[in-house]
Design a protein. Sequence first.
Lengths: 80, 518
Amino acid sequence: MDVKGTWSSLYWLFCQFELITCSYLMEPWEKVLFYSFNLAMAGLLLYTAYVCVAFHVSSAFQLLGSFLGNQQENALSVVK
Amino acid sequence: INHIVHNGGLYKRPFNEAFEETPMLVAVLTYVGYGVLTLFGYLRDFMRQWKIEKCQNATEREEQKDFVPLYQDFENFYNRNLYMRIRDSWNRPVCSVPGAKVDMMERVSHDYNWTFTYTGRVIKDIINMGSYNYLGFAQNAGACQEAAAKVLSQYGAGVCSTRQEMGNLDKHEELEKLVARFLGVESAMTYGMGFATNSMNIPALVGKGCLILSDELNHASLVLGARLSGATIRIFKHNNMQSLEKLLKDAIVHGQPRTRRPWKKILILVEGIYSMEGSIVRLPEVIALKKKYKSYLYVDEAHSIGALGPGGRGVVEYFGLSPEDVDVMMGTFTKSFGAAGGYIGGKKELIDYLRTYSHSAAYATSMSPPVVEQIITSMKCIMGEDGTTVGEARVQQLAENTRYFRRRLKEMGFIIYGNEDSPVVPLMLYMPAKIGAFGREMLKRNIGVVVVGFPATPIIESRARFCLSAAHTKEMLDTALKEINEVGDLLQVKYSRRRLVPLLDRPFDETTYEETED
């Protein structure tokens, strides 16, 4: 039940992010702008990953499957 | 790291200097931070121009908007968009004597550092790690203060004249004889302002047709004096003797640029301790080069006088050299003596020439009498002539404090620049948000530090600079170190990768780009 510990370490990570990207120095409205831009970009990235990666992985498996299928057919024809 | 063997036995003690390289990830993240701030800076400038936001910085008047723009360059952009955000770490009003502990007036800003208001509260007993108080003579009680008060009641505060007219007091003569004895030179001359000593005397010493070889990281006063003189200026890499030798060889072989005549004078400008890096000049090698190529040497001992050497006599005593080898020994009384002003020491002919031809002697008001007395008393204390061993104890305490503080900070894992023996300790911060955060967090914990950013340092190498003092007790240093450790963990500034990187000691040529090698 270490919720407090995880919350404080997450807060600490957030502070490090603030320091590195200099949002520690920004006024509140600038922070809102910056974080919403960052979240929008992150959301777009995740969506692209979810859609495209799944599609590419499944099409790669299909291609592999077609090679194996061809091999089996070729082998059968040779045997015949 | 021990350079004794490599340099032909010039050094009598090990010369330990290290400038750890910036970690790649930290450099990239620093640029990211600056990039974000620049984008927001452009956004804010756009808003100010289109009147969406109130413009609080200096702009041209309405009638002048069609003229050549005044505030469009990078310096002004940096000033209004980056400096303003962290401005509360500087110009803090101090309301007590800047000793080991200091009082500051608390101030808040309600419009993000454009204006400040004082709450009226005074924060007491802040441990002072920022004042140049190396030997602890910034005191408002004690022998120096009593002597200065007596002289104040006898001579008053103002001199109302220049040195050459009616401002030459017997106190000034006494001080100059004492300074000459302290440094071990034939004669010395003192001036009311340390910056003016450099900028007004270098033009008197060199002129057109002379060559000045100046270190990369020289102070603004030396740069100003060199430019005002009209001589040709060539820069050598910081503390790099191979670079200096190459420049000297070129100067002797090729002479002046168009006419190929030999240079009238070659003057090498170096400093004793460089206050932004904490490095000490390689004086034995510079003197060997100077003698070989027959040039003159000007050493600015602003930070090293009183702070280095077993007797506090400066960088010449630290290396065990003779003061006669340095042609012009310049220094200031601001740092180790707790006063104000500067001096130049050297041969009698040189100083007599400066008494007549220096701009500062002819036009600047001479030093104020209580300040002169403060210097006389503190100098006698350091030399041991007041009958006590207080001066010697202070010099030793400063050396101990320096070694202890630097060792502890390195053990904690911070990147510390500079020489092991220099009382100026720069701690690297790199990222712009951490500059502001470090200053504020340390003030919350009652420690006053000086953080330094862009125009004074290269843009990614911002740092916090600690100046140690003989007035700091071990308890104060331990408290400060504990808080620095805490803040270092909080801000994640412990960047050191703890690899021992020896300094490059082979000849400098076109293929060596970095000073350190892996």
